[in-house]
Design a protein around this ligand. Structure first.
Ligand code: CA
Ligand code: CA
Ligand code: CA
Length: 412
């Protein structure tokens, strides 16, 4: 009887395992690889490499060389430090306390079975410590090994690696490339690199939402997004998609054919496909020209997210997102409001805005009518750094609850 039950259990386990394997193979794994060109070698005391594993503009790990010399001895350290929230480095513990990052061979499976050290204190994870007579650390004299890394994106774990070489006396280290798995909670093999093809990288998207007031003409979604690719000259396609709160009856994306890039908008899905082989610079310009319009003149206050992805012919870039805040024009009473001060005018370094109440929206246009600044603000007064702006005439609109302040100002 017991035998039967055990066999039954084993059978159902194997069936479950079989179906789990089936599920696992359906997970869309996508390695996002970045070659460092040229490789970076750190060989001076205090030298460091800031590693942004997912190229989102936020440093995730710091790799640093410390050389501590006294009259009688010299100690050299290659240290890794966690910079990103909830990030981790795979490694053993020395004396049960000090993390020693692993130096893994190619194809090691990096996932949740790795021992992950998250501790920020002591802040340093010791890859290699070499004194005159002895050394500690898994990385001493290792060539082309893989440092297991884990970051969190949107609360989910993503696994990755960085390939390094560390000198036998820990007097220098070289970082060559890195990669992470774009699918959450999915292992990555050490060295997995899409055949050496670096993924395109989108960065520098505006942080604040675009403000769209119903009745506005088509508005440019992003003016700042930057496109890079470490190994390609041309891109092949791009996808711009309205995600959050998409409404097929009122949302429209507009693109004008340019530089061999054509656009095809599918109204039913809110997806604009760009296609045609063209340079990275042309694709960046194309992304910055995509416009949004809401055709419902009385659309209620709402928001949208618009995602941007570029493909280099083989792999996709990261997904970069701009939010849009939609405000119903009828809810904004356009009257002059004299308690708000905008000064100095002309401005040189800083433009101050004071006397505001509650949540407000600040829009600034240049003389050609192009929106160059928009911001949701809750403080009673604040300042905008305009020191890098071109001199000229600008127009500012401030929506504050049901009132609006419009003013012309000059930057000299
Ligand atoms: Ca990052
Ligand atoms: Ca490299
Ligand atoms: Ca590429």
């Amino acid at each position: 009887m017991l035998q039967n039950q055990t066999t039954k259990k084993l059978h159902s386990y194997l069936t479950l395992a079989g179906s789990l394997v089936g599920i696992t193979s359906q997970v869309q794994s996508q390695v996002v690889y970045t070659d460092i060109v040229p490789d970076v070698t750190i060989n001076t005391n205090g030298g460091q490499y800031m590693l942004d594993l997912n190229n989102d503009g936020t440093v995730d790990f710091k790799l640093k060389l410390n050389i501590i010399a006294s009259s009688s001895s010299v100690v050299r350290q290659v240290n890794a430090t966690i910079m990103g929230a909830n990030a981790a480095i795979g490694g053993s513990l020395y004396g049960g306390v000090y993390p020693l990052p692993y130096a893994l061979a190619q194809n090691f499976n990096i996932g949740n079975t790795v021992t992950w050290n998250t501790q920020p204190n002591p802040a340093d994870h010791y890859m290699a410590i070499v004194a005159s007579s002895s050394g500690v650390g898994n990385w001493i004299g290792q060539t082309d090994k893989y440092l297991p890394l884990r970051i969190q994106i949107a609360g989910q774990n993503h696994y990755g690696w960085a390939r390094l070489t560390v000198a036998a006396n820990a007097s220098s280290f070289t970082i060559k490339d890195y990669a992470y798995e774009a699918s959450p909670n999915t292992p990555i093999l050490a060295g997995a690199n899409n055949g050496g093809n670096s993924s395109p990288v989108l960065s520098a998207m505006e942080v604040n939402p675009l403000v769209y007031i119903t009745g506005d003409p088509f508005k440019i979604i992003t003016s700042t997004v930057v496109l890079n690719d470490a190994n390609d000259v041309d891109m092949d396609s791009a996808s711009i998609k309205i995600t959050t709160n998409f409404n097929a009856n009122e949302d429209v994306l507009l693109f004008t054919t340019q530089n061999g890039i054509t656009g095809n908008y599918t109204a039913a899905t809110g997806v604009l496909k760009l296609s045609g082989t063209s340079t990275i610079a042309n694709y960046q310009t194309a992304l910055r020209s995509v416009k949004y319009q809401n055709t419902n003149a009385v659309a209620p206050n709402s928001s949208r997210n618009v995602t941007f992805t570029v493909n280099d012919g083989s792999v996709n870039s990261n997904v970069s997102t701009r939010a849009i805040t939609i405000l119903q024009a009828n809810s904004i009473e356009k009257i002059e409001q004299n308690t708000i001060s905008i000064y100095p005018n002309p401005a040189t370094d800083v433009l101050n805005i004071s006397g505001t109440e509650g949540e407000l929206i600040v829009l600034i246009y240049d003389a050609t009518g192009k929106e160059i600044y928009n911001h949701l603000q809750t403080e009673k007064s604040f300042s905008i750094n305009v020191s890098e702006w071109n001199s000229g005439i600008y127009f500012i609109e401030i929506y504050n609850n049901n009132t609006v302040k419009k003013e012309k100002f000059i930057i000299r």
